[in-house]
Design a protein around this ligand. Structure first.
Ligand code: ZN
Length: 127
């Protein structure tokens, strides 16, 4: 009899470029890697490349984007959650100040031209 693990249903499937067969994606349900995907191809004896439990961020993200979701509910993926937080962290007040120094320069262009025209007109009428 297969172990309880094998009764789990895949959360996604994808065409595997390594062996050319259909891979199924499962999620780790316990421990530090909870939510991480692992990929399961047919065993090498059946022409597949077996199980890939790589936890590398690049591979995890690629799996997340390339797999076709099944109806099986997913645990929120830890790397998927980390992304929006990083974006917010990037917006520090310091960065904002840097941008503020540069943006007015550009938008001042039009105002500057209008301003100079007014000054030029005033100078013309005053002279
Ligand atoms: Zn494969």
């Amino acid at each position: 009899m297969p172990k309880a693990n094998d009764d789990r249903k895949p959360v996604g499937t994808a065409h595997c470029n390594d062996c050319g067969l259909t891979a199924a994606f499962y999620q780790v349900t316990k421990g530090k890697r909870r939510g991480y995907l692992y990929k399961r191809c047919p065993p090498p004896s059946a022409g597949g490349c077996g199980c890939d439990q790589s936890a590398g961020a690049v591979k995890q993200q690629r799996w997340l984007t390339e797999m076709q979701r099944t109806d099986e509910p997913m645990i929120e993926h830890p790397l998927n959650l980390a992304e929006p937080e990083n974006v917010e962290v990037d917006e520090t007040p310091e960065n904002g100040a840097d941008e503020n120094l540069q943006t007015p320069e550009k938008s001042r262009g039009l105002l500057g031209i209008a301003g100079m025209a007014v000054v030029g007109l005033a100078a013309y009428f005053l002279s």
